[in-house]
Write a protein that binds this ligand. Structure first.
Ligand SMILES: Cc1cc2nc3c(=O)[nH]c(=O)nc-3n(C[C@H](O)[C@H](O)[C@H](O)COP(=O)(O)OP(=O)(O)OC[C@H]3O[C@@H](n4cnc5c(N)ncnc54)[C@H](O)[C@@H]3O)c2cc1C
Length: 406
């Protein structure tokens, strides 16, 4: 019997792949949420704004799981893992044995440990229920404070402005998305939000949320008070690795897995947001993105069936804010040069991050059908002048890089 803990994108795609690859044994997919597996990107974008139907977010049709003999048990939290006995303990005490186990337990929003963090009107965003609650707020209008200037904070700020709310964004960084994009490219997103009327309070820390029963103002560390009707905290996510840790598996910023996504416990695999994977090109990497869950789930399924191939996919993610869409390929832990192709003021450009003369990441903004070509440049030394020159086709650069020269 194969068991998957976590009925979201990684878990659902793993179950689908196990059946596609011919696994005909008992297959159980356990999820703590009451929903069948769904995708989260719409929760901060069109679904949040009321522009997309709930039905479009589900990974599979309602009948898919029964049709494929997948025992989907929603509303079922796993509370314990006994790796020695190869058994799970479910909420309520039921024990379930397994021959192979996949941990696809994802991540959860980081909570702020400050006074007022539990006040009504302070929102986190991870689930359908979170998005529904926030959507009601967007419908009602008023003043929203977004704490955090990462992907979730930036997308929520954009959606709330699009719905007509007054939005203040508060974050410790100098520019939105600074941690991933750096000052220069993050500055482009700062201008984008500013142009859409977001009141940006950067390099600022939040001291407390205050109000009589529900949040009425956010107090910053410098004493400034910002009046509001609601708050969204987008302070990053933490991997849900508690089961693995309690079972004695190796855990460090997620569940450590080898190249084939197997944990330190034989027969136990991990995929998606919870997995800290040993990538052949990028080293240890825990990727909190949709594309990773989409592909790592199936890769883990194949590994559970004995496939020897490592998971080698280049990290990729996307984001939509206002009318600006982007795709990012690669992973830049550090870089010494940023090369821009096109004028960022037009909000149609490509940015490349280089380290030691090699491309480590690239991001296309409102330029489409190039992500794969950009991905092919990653790891290669490319002449920055040619990279910056829109007159040199990207495909030419990738062909040259494949040949090993530049
Ligand atoms: C609002 C939002 C917007 C996003 N937008 C983008 C985007 O634009 N682009 C992008 O690339 N990525 C985006 N992401 C990230 C993407 O959604 C995640 O990377 C993806 O959901 C990870 O899937 P997963 O299956 O690994 O884990 P998760 O989606 O976190 O699911 C894990 C599941 O496991 C369940 N679970 C956990 N512990 C247990 C347990 N003990 N027992 C039973 N069940 C358990 C949880 O309840 C949950 O349903 C967004 C995320 C959010 C929250």
């Amino acid at each position: 019997m194969f068991v998957i803990v976590g009925a979201s994108l990684a878990g659902a795609k793993a179950a689908e792949t196990l059946r596609e690859e011919g696994f005909d044994g008992r297959l159980v997919l356990l999820g703590a949420e009451d929903e069948r597996p769904y995708e989260r990107p719409p929760l901060s974008k069109d679904y949040l704004r009321g522009e997309a139907e709930r039905a479009t977010a589900y990974v599979h049709d309602a009948g898919f799981y029964a049709d494929h003999d997948i025992e989907l048990r929603t509303g079922t939290a796993v509370t314990g893992l006994d790796a020695g006995a190869a058994e799970l303990v479910l909420e309520g005490g039921e024990r379930l044995g397994y021959d192979r186990l996949l941990l696809a337990t994802g991540a959860e929003p980081r909570r702020l440990r400050i006074p007022g963090a539990d006040l009504a009107g302070v929102h986190l965003l991870r689930t359908f229920a979170d998005s529904d609650a926030l959507r009601e707020r967007l419908d009602a209008g008023g003043r929203l404070v977004v704490v955090g200037a990462g992907w979730i904070g930036s997308e929520v700020a954009a959606s709330a402005r699009q719905r007509g709310m007054d939005v203040t964004m508060v974050a410790p960084e100098a520019v939105p998305l600074e941690r991933v994009l750096g000052l220069e490219v993050g500055g482009i997103y700062r201008d984008l939000h500013r142009d859409h009327g977001v009141d940006l309070r950067m390099e600022a820390g939040v001291a407390a949320f205050e109000g009589d029963g529900r949040v009425e103002r956010v107090t910053l560390q410098d004493g400034t008070a910002i009046a509001c009707d609601a708050v969204v905290v987008g302070a990053g996510a933490v991997p849900r690795s508690g089961l693995a840790e309690a079972a004695g598996l190796e855990v460090e910023n997620g569940v450590l897995v080898d190249g084939r996504l197997e944990t330190s416990g034989p027969g136990i695999f991990a995929a998606g947001d919870v997995a800290n994977h040993l990538h052949p090109a990028f080293g240890r990497l825990r990727v909190e993105h949709w594309d990773n869950a989409l592909h790592q789930g199936p890769a883990a399924a194949r590994a559970m069936l004995g496939a020897p191939e490592p998971y080698t996919r280049t990290p990729y993610f996307f984001s939509d804010q206002y009318d600006v869409g982007m795709e990012y390929s690669g992973f830049a832990a550090g870089w010494d040069r940023v090369v821009l192709r096109g004028d960022p003021a037009t909000r149609e450009f490509i940015a490349f991050w280089l380290a030691g003369g090699r491309v480590v990441a690239g991001m296309n903004v409102n330029v489409w059908d190039v992500a794969e070509t950009i991905g092919a440049l990653i790891g290669h030394p490319i002449d920055p002048r040619r990279l910056a020159d829109p007159g040199v086709p990207l495909t030419e650069l990738s062909t040259v890089s494949q040949g090993g020269a530049s």
